[in-house]
Design a protein around this ligand. Structure first.
Ligand SMILES: *Cc1c(COP(=O)(O)O)cnc(C)c1O
Length: 490
């Protein structure tokens, strides 16, 4: 697809729309010197060139990738109008696009009737869900796992609600026994289940959390900011590419947050919050005498905490879902490629002489670390940080990864043979959210292996071949990585 052609079309349609309103005067104050503009544009391009190549599969670090060209087209078309989805007065057309796009997200997650809207991102979306949680359970706190996004603790602080961190099990999921004990104290009004934790991509057992919480009269909010679109992989395939149980249970929860600017191919500035019970609208009740005036229909701003919001974000998501619908064969195929890449990489890492798999990926986030001898956390930490640096510094064939801090007991819980000489260590983390990662995986793995090999001390002079022949290199104690029993291979 050639976006240039479609950009022309959008600009032409926009001009037609403007011309339909008759001549409009130009003001000299908005004129610019085009020589100045040309130089400034060049400077901007130079400055932007200092970005990491997020578009390329050699960037296998954080949850960042460019939007799909179709989303750019939708955003451009919407941005030229620059409507404001706060109210029907500011965004009569784009508010309707938002309602339709949000209904599609709700349907994907199994929410029938719902109340929901787009937000600036997952943080604000979660803030809204926790705000409603506080209003429905005013005297009780909010529980979330220690692997939940850091903003939950922050938002509890902001809302003045007690926060209850719940430990995780050996897979990085909320520990059910710990949750059960906590619920028994009667202090928890809402449990936040994370479907796709930021560091490991672990999926809390929503299907087990839900009945436990219900038994104690607690609400369940699902933070699926990262993982929400994996619901598309929970159905259809035999066997499905992700465990369907948690995704099925999302439909019975009270609220859910999903970020179209992560796996929905959208530019930044697009999160979403959904509530199963539309009557929670009452908690948002406010008066805005100067923004709601041309319609008695509900304005999106009446049930959101933000005021101004880009109608363009709704236009972009709406257009994207028209051409890449929320089906297994539509957007699902984009997620499936990253998921398959993560599964294949985990197999390669298990067999690697240079790298160790930290845990079996549940989504498309892979965690691993360089093999070290001796395998102390100090060495693992140092080697991971060096590998990250060396990978980015390489001029010819760079690779961009990310790191995550892992506490010592998390290595022990996974039965990894490490010497815990410090409380925590950095390990490497790759989010394979671009479908191109599937094609590129072999190369990525070889590059990361080579970087790990280069970190190890030079071979002794007496045995010049040992570093070249992996079968002859001494096996460190962590060589035979133990997989926690009962953990299926995805
Ligand atoms: C990304 C993320 C958030 C925060 O969302 P932003 O869009 O960055 O504001 C919250 N929770 C989870 C699980 C996330 O992955």
């Amino acid at each position: 697809m050639n976006p240039d052609r479609w950009i022309e079309r959008i600009l032409a349609r926009h001009r037609d729309w403007q011309n339909g309103h008759g001549d409009s005067p130009h003001h000299p104050s908005l004129g610019v010197d085009e020589n100045v503009l040309a130089r400034a544009l060049d400077e901007l391009a130079d400055r932007l060139a200092g970005s990491h190549p997020f578009f390329h599969p050699r960037y296998a670090g954080q949850m960042i990738k460019p939007p799909h060209p179709v989303a750019v087209l939708g955003y451009l078309a919407g941005m030229l109008v620059n409507s404001n989805n706060h109210a029907l007065d500011g965004g009569p057309a784009t508010s309707r696009l938002e309602v339709e796009a949000v209904a599609a997200l709700a349907a994907m997650l199994g929410f029938g009737t719902h109340l929901g809207h787009l937000t600036g991102g997952g943080t604000v979306a979660n803030l809204e869900a926790l705000f409603v949680a506080r209003e429905t359970h005013p005297d009780r706190g909010i529980a979330f796992s220690t692997e939940a996004h850091y903003t939950h603790a922050r938002m509890c602080h902001l809302l003045g609600v007690p926060a209850h961190p719940v430990p995780v099990d050996r897979n990085g999921r909320m520990d059910l026994d710990a949750l059960r004990s906590l619920l028994a104290t009667g202090t928890v009004g809402t449990v936040v289940a994370t479907a796709g934790t930021p560091a490991l991509g672990a999926v809390d057992p929503v299907h087990d959390i839900l009945p436990l919480a219900r038994a104690h009269g607690s609400r369940v909010h699902v933070d699926a900011a990262y993982g929400g679109f994996f619901a598309l992989l929970a159905r259809g395939d035999t066997p499905p590419l992700v465990d369907p149980a948690p995704w099925r249970a999302v439909a019975s929860c009270d609220s859910v947050v999903i970020d179209p600017h992560k796996h929905g191919l959208q530019p930044y500035g697009c999160g979403a919050v959904l509530f199963a019970d539309p009557s929670v609208a009452r908690f948002y009740d406010h008066d805005s005498p100067y923004t709601y005036f041309t319609s008695n229909l509900p304005h999106l701003g009446e049930t959101s905490l933000e005021c101004s919001r880009p109608g363009a974000a709704a236009a972009a998501l709406w257009l994207t879902l028209k051409v890449l619908p929320l089906t297994r064969d539509g957007l699902g195929e984009v997620l499936a490629a990253g998921r398959r890449a993560a599964l294949r990489w985990s197999t390669l890492l298990r067999d690697s002489a240079d790298l160790c798999l930290f845990q079996q990926p549940e989504l498309d986030i892979v965690t691993y670390y360089p093999r070290c001898d001796p395998p102390t956390l100090s060495q693992i930490d140092r080697a991971s940080a060096s590998l990250l640096d060396e990978g980015m510094r390489d001029q010819r064939d760079p690779v961009y990864l990310s790191t995550s801090h892992i506490p010592a007991d998390a290595f022990i819980a996974r039965q990894l043979s490490v010497v815990t000489d410090r409380p925590r260590a950095r390990i490497l983390r790759s989010v394979l959210m671009k479908p191109e990662s599937e094609t590129y995986l072999g190369h990525l793995h070889r590059r990361v292996e080579a970087l790990a090999r280069a970190l190890r001390p030079a071979p002794a002079a007496a045995d010049p071949h040992s570093a070249l022949d992996p079968s002859r290199s001494p096996a460190p104690p962590g060589r035979n990585l133990t997989v926690p029993p009962g953990k299926e291979a995805g």
